[in-house]
Design a protein around this ligand. Sequence first.
Ligand SMILES: [Zn+2]
Ligand SMILES: [Zn+2]
Ligand SMILES: [Zn+2]
Length: 265
Amino acid sequence: MRLTFLGTGTSHGMPVIGCSCRACSSPDGRDARYRASILVEEGGASAVVDAGPEFRLQALRARIGLPGGPPPPEALLLTHAHSDHVNGLDDIRPLTMERVLPVYGERETLDETARRFAYAFRKTQEGGGKPRIELREAPPGGIEIGALGELKAVPVPLLHGSIPALGWRFGRLAYLTDASAIPEGSFRLLEGVEVLVVDGLRARPHETHFSFGQAIAAARRIGAASTWITHICHEATHEEIEAYCAAEGADVGARPAWDGLSLEL
Ligand SMILES: [Zn+2]
Ligand SMILES: [Zn+2]
Ligand SMILES: [Zn+2]
């Protein structure tokens, strides 16, 4: 299985418009973060989790569908319908020329997506202009993606402040962005996860996101051997987060992720 980070930033992205703080003006390329998204590939099948405002740039950077790059995703998996996770949905149009792309999420996420992208579901004139998507409620038992079901994705209910969000599990990998709590029942769904990608906004607590410390505590409870922090804001540079993780989360292999990082699992 291959995991590629298409984006690792919080809702503003990094650098933040108009911000000249230490992290936003950092010369370290890893401090430039598009909105949070991943691509997961297994045996020729692939899926993208979320399509934020930079989806087109992310897909081009990852060479999706280009020679030597990963194949076009066969499914889009949504975590929730906040703008930083769905506002690039129109940009998937080139991926839906040949076929309708299934989009999986929770009922509320799909309803909100249908409202925001109402034009996509309206009968209009023929030709281009609209992403051809089919909204499908994520079955609790998971989805088999690819002609032979090579990639299995299992939804994991999370709490993002007071709203629900979905994490997604792919075998030994789990992607839990936009979470401030993991419901007790979801830990059962995370048993055996070895590689964890988890929301860690900043060092200070936040109402709707894990802090670095809370992300590491969640990884410890899950028993992850390797932990990648994502959905990062500009309060710390990549180097500072690495130092924090080395001091506080070495036992769960904690590190901040960065855009373009690709891991063979
Ligand atoms: Zn977000
Ligand atoms: Zn800044
Ligand atoms: Zn969110």
